[in-house]
Design a protein around this ligand. Structure first.
Ligand SMILES: [Zn+2]
Ligand SMILES: [Zn+2]
Ligand SMILES: [Zn+2]
Length: 136
């Protein structure tokens, strides 16, 4: 079994050609991938197949969706133990120059005291600035 197939089976996702290709594409990038760049990369594929693939990955917690703070939807791979629960949420960093978005997985979002009976579902915390490549 290949590494890619392994990664899919860990999340109980059956490997199809499209799923393997999308996973490979995501793994090659060191920053989050926008829906637009996926559509451009897989332009020969049926758009609904691509969309279904992303949906499946998201439901199985292989990837998470990011709002980059500028109105773009991006996707990034989850860490192996990620459960996509509030405890797994992390800050994201958006570079204002190259527009890349990075997962800052080394630090989880601190728990915030919410009013009584409020329940946290998700947090969208994006730090904006310049990445190492653009910061000079
Ligand atoms: Zn996750
Ligand atoms: Zn940058
Ligand atoms: Zn992330």
């Amino acid at each position: 079994m290949s590494d890619l197939e392994n990664k899919l089976s860990q999340r109980s996702i059956l490997p199809t050609a499209m799923r393997l290709l999308v996973l490979q594409y995501l793994m090659e990038k060191d920053s989050a991938v926008s829906l637009k760049s996926l559509e451009e990369h897989f332009f020969v594929a049926d758009k609904s197949t691509l969309f279904r693939t992303l949906k499946t990955f998201e439901q199985k917690k292989l990837i998470h969706k990011i709002d980059d703070g500028c109105g773009n939807t991006k996707y990034a791979l989850c860490l192996e133990a990620c459960d996509c629960a509030p405890k797994d949420q992390h800050f994201h960093f958006h570079c204002k120059k190259c527009k890349a978005t990075f997962c800052l997985t080394s630090k989880n979002i601190p728990s915030i005291e919410l009013p009584t009976n409020f329940k946290m579902e998700q947090a969208n915390l994006v730090i904006k600035g310049f990445c190492a490549n653009c910061n000079h």
